[in-house]
Write a protein that binds this ligand. Structure first.
Ligand code: PLP
Length: 401
């Protein structure tokens, strides 16, 4: 029996498995290319927010990039030091801002002038000084899927250069704001260095302008977005990526902040699902599995490709099929027109590169219970999230009968 077959038997399916050793390798590789400068790697919590994953990040020395107060609290619970936590996001509520300030995190990343005014007001009310950074939208095409592209003027994120400059001047003169950072995040699953290089140049120039105005920014935050290999795409060369940022920063004394999500956890994750049935309607072969779009929505949402392995049948003859789940939606699929061997009830499929935006995007659609998560570390496996029960799913509902 293979390792994955044993895990499927022990914990049941569908199941997420994360190899923490892979996270270590990825983290070290990034730290290594950044070593010429002070750097802080803030893991993007939204990509995989399991507390054990965050605790592992804390252990590696990472901080966290959070996009809700819930994520900030997760990071704190997991032991991420408050001075390594960044709070980003286009729509922060007053209570979220207040709680972030009370927790004294590293900085709040502002995405509009109005938001700056609210943060200023709340900080003044609390009698604290809010450390802020500003998310600048450099209007650069990251050449990725439109749903995960964020650095164009047509996207809702960040502010344009002129507004950013105005905001920094305002913040510098405010008794309740301390402008410490500058930030861009132009999209996700970016496979080339060029968009990063262009964005870094635009922001470094702004930084020089600010310096001339005696506004000293300490943190240069290049966001996340580093792509991984799902199929046969070549992806970002880390060394070239780091060098392009260093080149933009020549002469500037700043700490480099990077917020990778997918890069750190994408490849560490495997989604295990068992075959229920095969069916052929005369036109098409379907493999129906026990996992579904509520467990892993990336194929349905972004037409994302995930490679699928069938252990133990590698040398069998294959034919083309769609791998689909039990949910009542035609969009419920993991793969279309891929070649797989003939399969039987209980055969195990391994959907690869499922560690980022997998479990965190899962739901209870069709009253399916969210699946269990397991960590693999130095050959040992442990449960890091219990499978939900039907009772868990209905626990917060009130039925007035
Ligand atoms: C989503 C997000 C990230 C992480 O993106 P990846 O593509 O997973 O690396 C980083 N920073 C911000 C502000 C984000 O919204």
């Amino acid at each position: 029996m293979t390792k994955f077959q044993a895990l499927a038997q022990k914990y049941g399916t569908p199941l997420y498995v994360y190899d923490f050793d892979t996270i270590d390798t990825k983290f070290s590789a990034l730290k290594e290319v950044f070593k010429a400068r002070k750097s802080l790697i803030c893991f993007a919590v939204k990509s995989n927010s399991n507390l054990s994953v965050l605790k592992h990040m804390a252990h590696l020395g990472a901080g966290c990039d959070c996009v809700s107060i819930g994520e900030v609290k997760r990071a704190l619970v997991a032991g991420i030091p408050k001075y390594k936590i960044i709070f980003s996001g286009v729509g922060k509520r007053d209570e979220e801002i207040e709680e972030a300030l009370q927790n004294d995190i590293l900085m709040i990343n502002l995405e509009s002038e109005e938001e700056m005014n609210r943060v200023e007001m709340i900080a003044s009310k609390l009698g604290v000084i809010a450390r802020i950074s500003i998310r600048v939208n450099p209007n650069i095409d990251a050449q990725t899927h439109p749903y995960i592209s964020t650095g164009l003027h047509e996207n809702k994120f960040g502010v344009d250069l002129d507004s950013a400059k105005r905001m920094y001047i305002h913040a510098k003169n405010s008794a309740s704001l301390d402008p410490v950072g500058i930030h861009f995040h132009i999209g996700s699953q970016i496979t080339e260095v060029e968009p990063f290089r262009e964005a870094a140049l635009v922001l470094a120039n702004l930084l020089r302008n600010l310096k001339a105005l005696k506004i000293e920014i300490k943190f240069f935050d290049v966001g996340g977005g580093i792509g991984i290999q799902y199929k046969d795409e070549t992806t970002v060369d880390l060394y070239a990526y780091a060098q392009s940022i260093f080149a933009a920063l020549t002469g500037l004394d700043v700490t480099l902040v990077c917020e990778p999500g997918r890069y750190l956890v994408g490849d560490c994750g495997f989604f295990l699902t068992r075959v229920l049935y095969e069916k052929n309607n005369g036109f098409k072969r379907f493999v129906i599995v026990d996992g579904a779009m509520n467990d892993l929505i990336r194929p349905s949402l972004y037409q994302a490709y995930h490679a699928i392995d069938v252990e133990g049948k590698e040398d069998h003859a294959t034919s083309v099929c769609d791998v689909v789940g039990p949910i009542c939606e035609s969009g419920d699929f993991f793969a279309k027109n891929i070649a797989l061997p003939a399969l039987e009830h209980d055969d195990l499929l391994i959907v690869k590169s499922a560690g980022a935006y997998g479990f965190t995007m899962s739901s209870n659609y069709n009253t399916r219970t969210r699946v269990a998560e397991v960590a693999l570390e130095k050959g040992e496996d442990r449960l890091i999230r219990q499978r939900e029960s039907f009772e868990d799913v209905i626990a917060l509902e009130r039925a007035y009968l």
